[in-house]
Design a binder for this molecule. Structure first.
Ligand SMILES: Nc1nc2c(c(=O)[nH]1)N[C@H]1C(S)=C(S)[C@@H](COP(=O)(O)O)O[C@H]1N2
Ligand SMILES: [Mo]
Length: 257
């Protein structure tokens, strides 16, 4: 190959890869800004899971710098759980709040907020993408879920962590918000139970006293107002049987790459 040809070829390849990158970026853009309904139906789910296998379950979500922080981190969904139990916890500064860890574990545990704050932690600046079409960049600090699981010792048949929340989703006060992730995502480097947002205690509107951050997944997986982590083998015994409040309404369970 002559030098000129080689240069041309290199330019061609660069353009081809550029186009590919732009196309996949456009795909992501669409995912986070268009109306959510057709995108989160089950059709996309096998593709997402296949992508995740390709990329590797331990690949990291992009992290940002303090200069990238959104001026404010908006609230979505529940902004204040409407129960007497939550109001009482809040009024006492979450002194009585306990994170319960149970189900298929060798050592059922419970943590006070101070105990949670004493666990190995991680701080990360990440982008949150809601399927309703908005994103925000925030700085999160929280206990590594892997550290909690190491203490609780999941039994060999445990496959998922179900995150039970404090906020009722039905008019009649029933049906608490819940979500679930598998053990790969639970043990991921960036998966934390966050108690600080932007260097201050997590505001009520964003899930006080603790909320899940599972950074490679869409917004609805990031359960707020966490009360209990239950290790299970399947979703069969859970309300809609599909692993989460939104999943029970038809959203996909694996909402990420
Ligand atoms: N318990 C609980 N967790 C929740 C929700 C909710 O309504 N209740 N909404 C979800 C959705 S759709 C999004 S986009 C994020 C919003 O988090 P934010 O309020 O901190 O912006 O929380 C997720 N976790
Ligand atoms: Mo969302």
């Amino acid at each position: 190959m002559k030098l000129g040809d080689r240069r041309k070829r290199r330019r061609f390849l660069a353009r081809a890869f550029g186009a590919l990158a732009a196309a996949s970026l456009a795909g992501c853009q669409k995912l986070s800004t268009s109306s959510w309904f057709p995108k989160v139906l089950d059709s996309a789910e096998p593709l997402n899971e296949a992508m995740a296998k390709l990329v590797g379950r331990r690949a990291m979500a992009q992290e940002f710098t303090p200069a990238d922080l959104s001026p404010s981190f908006r609230s979505n969904g529940t902004a204040m759980p409407d129960t007497d139990a939550y109001r009482a916890l809040l009024a006492a500064g979450f002194d009585q709040w306990r994170l319960v860890v149970d189900g298929l574990v060798a050592k059922p545990l419970s943590y006070s907020l101070d105990e949670l704050r004493a666990l190995p932690s991680r701080t990360q600046i990440t982008r949150h993408d809601c399927v309703e079409g908005w994103s925000a960049i925030g700085k999160w600090r929280g206990a590594r879920l892997s550290a909690i699981l190491a203490q609780a010792a999941p039994k060999p048949n445990a496959r998922y962590v179900v995150v039970h929340c404090a906020d009722p989703m039905e008019e009649d006060g029933t049906g608490l918000y819940y979500e679930s992730i598998d053990l790969d995502d639970a043990n991921h480097e960036q998966t934390i139970l966050a108690y600080d947002l932007n260097d201050a205690p997590l505001p009520v509107a964003n899930g006080a006293p603790a909320r899940l951050r599972v950074e490679r997944q869409l917004g609805y997986k990031h359960a707020k107002y966490v009360m209990r982590l239950e290790l299970v083998e399947s979703f069969a015994a859970l309300r809609g049987g599909r692993g989460g409040y939104w999943e029970d309404q038809g959203y996909q369970w694996y909402a990420g790459i």
